[in-house]
Write a protein that binds this ligand. Structure first.
Ligand code: ZN
Ligand code: ZN
Length: 279
């Protein structure tokens, strides 16, 4: 499958693809190339430069040069159409050649500055590295800013928020949501001692860290969802099914967020690295 926005950011490449290595592929030491991967390889190496038939019939033509991620070592792997009707493109993986991912690993390809990179990592590491959500110091400053009443404190907190989010938008969203958790309006909230309103946190569904890639402001009412502290922590830290469930419900409640960057629900899953990865 094609790189989503988070992979494009991580690998600094507009064209990449990834999938999971199956048991069979690992055992047979050959990967069947799927659509997005084959598009990438055929454009890069040129359709006519791909060997048709087995490797032995033309080893020089079968051999293709890749750069291994992340160490940058050059590796040569065989890439062929084993059958004359070109029904399937096949990549031979080999520990000796320097690339032999385990079954269940995510393997990936991406083009950067005229070089085709190849790499693999465990699915868990892949997901954690491709999560572009940030829950850091800056996040705390922002949430605290929503509770602050004093102008000096508000200005100070805003200056420390790396995304300089506008607290008035979040407050407006809370008002519009009747000070209820947008995941489940029955979630019980305590009253904030400073604002005297039910305590909520503001979450940007399209992560603010995407702002460096797009000119459309992500700090907008359509992208801000107010959540109770439990749901807010969950969307950042819960396991995959729970995160998907929260995202799904937030979008079905208010879907304008998708119009912001023309995203699909799958694109949103990608930001959180909870998408289903093809095998
Ligand atoms: Zn958040
Ligand atoms: Zn909640």
């Amino acid at each position: 499958m094609k790189f989503g926005e988070s992979q494009k950011v991580k690998f600094d490449s507009e064209s990449g693809a990834y999938s999971i290595v199956t048991q069979r592929e690992n055992y047979d030491s050959q990967i069947t190339i799927t659509d997005a991967e084959s598009d990438l390889l055929l454009v890069f190496f040129g359709q006519t430069n791909i060997q048709i038939g087995n490797v032995k019939s033309n080893p020089a033509k079968a051999k293709k040069r890749f750069k291994h991620y992340p160490d940058g070592k050059n590796i040569d792997l065989n890439l062929v159409y084993p059958k004359p009707e070109k029904a399937e493109l096949r990549l031979y993986i080999s520990a000796r050649a320097g690339f032999k991912p385990e079954a269940g690993d995510v393997w990936f390809l991406f083009e950067k500055q005229g070089v085709m990179w190849i790499g693999s990592m465990s699915e868990a590491i892949w997901r954690s590295e491709n999560q572009i959500l940030i829950y850091d110091q800056s996040e705390a400053e922002y949430q605290d800013g929503l509770q602050a009443l004093d102008e000096v404190k508000i200005t100070k907190l805003k200056a420390r928020d790396q995304f300089t989010r506008d607290r008035r938008k979040a407050l407006r969203r809370m008002e519009q949501s009747n000070y209820q958790c947008e995941y489940d309006t029955s979630h019980r909230l305590f009253v904030s001692h400073s604002t005297k309103k039910p305590y909520l946190e503001a979450h940007h569904l399209i992560p603010m860290s995407m702002q460096k890639k797009v000119s459309t402001s992500l700090d907008t009412l359509s992208n801000i969802y107010c959540l109770c502290p439990h749901c807010h922590r969950a969307i950042h830290h819960a396991e995959k099914p729970k995160v998907k469930k929260i995202i799904g419900r937030l979008i079905s409640n208010r879907s304008e967020v998708l119009d912001l960057l023309g995203n699909s629900v799958e694109d949103i899953y990608c930001y959180y690295a909870v998408e289903e990865i093809v095998r």
